[in-house]
Design a protein around this ligand. Structure first.
Ligand SMILES: Cc1cc2nc3c(=O)[nH]c(=O)nc-3n(C[C@H](O)[C@H](O)[C@H](O)COP(=O)(O)OP(=O)(O)OC[C@H]3O[C@@H](n4cnc5c(N)ncnc54)[C@H](O)[C@@H]3O)c2cc1C
Length: 410
């Protein structure tokens, strides 16, 4: 059998939010490329399904009409107007963004099952410039001179893909990372986490608040309830893996225990029922500071370990790395130079946007119970916390609806 061959200057492995965003932004720059994904979409991805402010910002960069004309017109995207923090002391505090008159399309967050969101995103891939292949799994990667050779399998057998610049967008279990020899897990910067869909959880807020619950006896962890359409909710729990190991916490048991026994939570699940099995997946936090660029390669999203360590959000940071990567790929093509030296500022540009959260996370790693102390204070419903959050909301909305992300490729 003759091996089928494909070639392009750029090949992206993975079409989750990070890979799809890289492709979409490359197309906007007129750059032809190949993008492959092992899955056939729509496909699920274990997640809290919270579309955070960075993801909203990236959607606005793709096309400002997406939010008013698509997301807000479909019940697959639940607009959320704020947070409910439930403290280790069991007290609630709701922080709600109130849009100004005429500003109703400026929603800060959405919740959308990944089976819908990721499928929505891959449909934005521009097939005029992108050769997009689903059900195409990269099996082996090798390099001859400055050319990458990928062997993938699809429904017709084996496929050889060659390229000069390889983009690893293949998530937490990345094959690209394994080839680069860097897939080791550091439990201090990795969260064990689970998700389960439920129906009938009571006491959800009419503004679809994202509920985050901190518990006293489980340091560096949180339990969430994120509202979905039709009375459904994404319910989950995540904890820093190192502390789960140290305190002998089984995250599935901890999750079940909160639902059954936690005084702030259990009564809300009395008449609720799960609608699928508990699903687990890891969360690679940006505080690891993985090497994200080398000679002829770039990593984006979870493959780059790019999840915000304080919130567990990786959709927006993944899409943002895709946006930034596209600018560096454009530079590499213009200068016909994909060397690490030429692309090295990619590291600065991706980390500078998440550095403050890395600082906070590393501080709380040293003093894990400080997080709960802060959380208890956040829960206090008073003038100071409400006015601080009001200012934050205003800043977030301006940033994600009005401000372009400026990338310095020098
Ligand atoms: C329980 C849990 C809750 C979370 N909650 C949130 C949340 O509420 N909000 C948020 O923003 N983030 C959340 N995250 C993080 C978020 O899910 C990830 O950060 C995000 O999916 C990263 O996107 P990605 O495109 O990098 O990777 P992925 O979404 O994992 O996509 C990788 C893609 O690569 C493909 N692939 C893998 N291997 C190959 C191969 N060999 N060949 C070809 N294709 C391949 C896969 O099929 C997949 O489509 C959560 C994570 C977990 C586990």
């Amino acid at each position: 059998m003759i091996l089928r061959k494909l070639h392009s200057t750029v090949c992206i492995v993975g079409a989750g939010p990070a890979g799809a965003a890289t492709s979409i932004f490359l197309s906007k720059l007129g750059i032809e490329h190949i993008i492959v994904d092992a899955a056939t979409f729509p496909r699920d991805k274990v997640c809290g399904d919270g579309i955070d402010i960075k993801a909203v910002r990236m959607l606005n960069h793709i096309d400002p009409s997406i939010i008013p004309n698509e997301l807000l017109q479909s019940d697959k995207y639940t607009p959320s107007f704020g947070f409910r923090f439930i403290g280790p002391n069991g007290k609630n505090n709701d922080f709600i963004y109130t849009p100004k008159a005429g500003e109703e399309t400026r929603v800060p967050f959405f919740v959308s099952k990944r089976i819908h969101f990721d499928d929505f995103l891959i449909k934005k891939i521009d097939l005029k410039t992108a050769d997009f292949r689903q059900a195409t799994k990269v099996k082996t990667i090798s390099k001859e001179g400055d050319t990458w050779k990928l062997i993938a399998t699809d429904t017709d057998g084996e496929l050889e893909i060659t390229c000069k610049l390889l983009v690893g967008a293949d998530g937490d279990h990345s094959t690209v990372l394994r080839y680069l020899g860097d897939r080791k897990i550091n439990r201090l910067h990795y969260f064990s986490s689970i998700r389960q869909y439920w129906k009938g959880v009571e006491g959800m807020h009419e503004k679809n608040l994202l509920e985050i619950h901190f518990t006293n006896d489980l340091p560096m962890s949180y339990f969430w309830i994120f509202p979905l359409a039709n009375g459904e909710a994404n319910v989950g729990f995540g904890m820093t893996s190192e502390l789960a190991k140290k305190h002998k916490v089984n995250v599935r048991e901890a999750f079940r225990n909160i639902i059954a026994n936690d005084s702030a939570i259990a009564h809300r699940f009395k008449n609720a029922e799960p609608i699928d099995e508990i699903q687990g997946w890891g969360i690679p936090a940006a505080s690891l500071k993985r090497k994200v660029v080398g000679d002829g390669w770039l990593l984006v999203g979870d493959a780059a370990s790019m999840v915000c360590p304080t919130t567990g959000e990786g959709i927006g940071t993944g899409m943002m790395t895709g946006y930034i990567a596209a600018k560096f790929i454009e530079k590499g093509i213009k200068e016909n130079n994909f060397s690490e030296a030429n692309l090295s500022s990619y590291t600065r540009e991706v980390f500078k946007r998440i550095e403050p959260e890395i600082g906070k996370y590393n501080f709380s790693l040293k003093y894990p119970f400080v997080l709960n102390f802060i959380a208890n204070h956040l829960i206090k419903d008073n003038f100071i916390s409400q006015s601080l959050m009001k200012k934050e909301f205003a800043r977030w909305i301006t940033t994600c609806y009005d401000k372009e992300v400026i990338v310095d490729v020098r």
